[in-house]
Design a protein around this ligand. Structure first.
Ligand SMILES: C[S@@+](CC[C@H](N)C(=O)[O-])C[C@H]1O[C@@H](n2cnc3c(N)ncnc32)[C@H](O)[C@@H]1O
Length: 365
């Protein structure tokens, strides 16, 4: 993947269009072949879910597909009746050509990620029925997560920006805690910039990532890898409130079902005067509809535990940057910066770094 040369905005837009178009055509054909939603026919999203044998926890995804397909012109959707009408069903050859067109994508997606999307499309029936997990496809090739979290043009940019901001904001003997640090794609550039006098808490809910991190940064000193769940209050997890100078959260806060409540818990961790440096993606690229959407479904025993913030209106899994700005304010944090700027060539990829500050006085909170 080419991340050294910065692409022009039209190139980025063209690449994203190619990926979006392939995903839309794939879904329209999938619904026709697997659920009987052939051209001119209408089905409710419940009928589609039944025809596909969709697990309860994934059912809401069909409604989201319906909204996106309506936006693409391939279908029409009545959101009140949850009824989807197929306007046009692409031939297999058209879907195949659209996938070939994505081979030209160089900056927004690499070959391993493209293969991953294709594998998800091929395995959609099994994924929707919970006979197969997205994780098993995501981690089949380590290059895939690298291309998502570090290797594409936008993630390289936001990781570098995050490292700059954390290095500026962390006091010399301060404490940084990263939530959902995962593969360490953001951790690595931060640790390259941060003096060893700054203590780094690498946290995640998955023991797999924690064990990897302990191995990888065994020599760093002032480094711990430990469990932290953003759904729980910090004190309940044995963490002292107001003990952290900078909280880093890269592509993880959207896991909270209520953005304000999630940010409120993050704010409790911060010392007055401390900062949150968060990375999110504010636009749902359509290949996510047949891949990451399944990862974001609620647990099987809690199928109704869905986002209850702005996302509930249209079934999204991600919030836009302006919605995150509003949520930080509602959680008593003051937004400090939002990067990259709207005129940056990578702005259409919609990955952004938001820095917010916890005021020093409780009155301001
Ligand atoms: C999209 S990945 C983030 C990528 C990460 N920044 C990286 O560089 O790999 C989401 C990460 O958040 C973690 N995660 C998911 N739910 C979480 C929760 N409730 N609390 C904390 N971390 C969570 C996952 O285990 C995963 O490592």
């Amino acid at each position: 993947m080419n991340v050294t040369a910065s692409p022009e905005a039209p190139v980025v837009l063209d690449e994203m269009d190619r990926l979006d178009r392939w995903a839309e055509l794939t879904l329209a054909r999938f619904l026709a072949v697997e659920a009987g939603l052939t051209a001119g026919r209408s089905l409710t999203t419940r009928e589609i879910g039944d025809a596909l044998g969709v697990a309860d926890r994934h059912r809401r995804i069909i409604d989201r597909w319906a909204r996106v397909l309506a936006g693409s012109g391939l279908s029409a959707f009545d959101p009140h009746a949850h009824r989807l009408h197929a306007v046009r069903v692409p031939e297999a050859s058209e879907v195949g050509r659209a996938f070939e067109d994505t081979a030209a994508v160089r900056h927004c997606c690499g070959p391993a990620l493209r293969d991953f999307y294709r594998a998800c499309a091929d395995q959609l029936p099994a994924l929707l029925r919970d006979e197969l997990t997205v994780q098993s496809l995501l981690f089949a090739d380590p290059r895939t997560t690298d291309e998502i979290y570090a290797g594409n043009a936008a993630s390289a940019l936001v990781n570098a920006l995050t490292a700059d901001r954390v290095a500026e904001l962390a006091p010399e003997r301060g404490r940084v805690l990263e939530i959902g640090a995962g593969t360490g794609a953001t951790t690595q550039p931060i640790l390259e910039r941060l003096p060893r006098s700054v203590h780094y808490d690498f946290t995640d809910v998955s023991e797999y990532f924690l064990a990897e991190a302990r191995r990888r940064w065994a020599d760093r000193g002032a480094f711990d890898a430990s469990h932290y769940d953003l759904h729980e209050d910090c004190a309940k997890q044995g963490r002292e409130p107001e003990s952290i100078d900078v909280v880093v959260a890269a592509n993880v806060l959207h896991n909270g079902v209520d953005a304000v409540a999630t940010l409120d818990r993050v704010a409790r961790l911060l010392r007055p005067g401390g900062h949150l440096v968060m990375v999110e993606t504010g636009r749902e690229h359509h290949p996510l509809l047949l891949s990451m959407y399944l990862l974001m479904s609620p647990a099987a025993d809690r199928p109704d535990e869905l986002p209850c913030d702005q996302r509930r209106h249209d079934g999204r899994i991600l919030l836009r940057s302006n919605e995150w700005l509003d949520a930080t304010r509602a959680a008593g944090l003051e937004p400090v910066s939002l990067e990259p700027s709207r005129d940056h060539p990578l702005d259409p990829m919609a990955q952004f770094v938001l820095v917010a500050h916890r005021p020093r006085t409780e009155a301001a909170r």
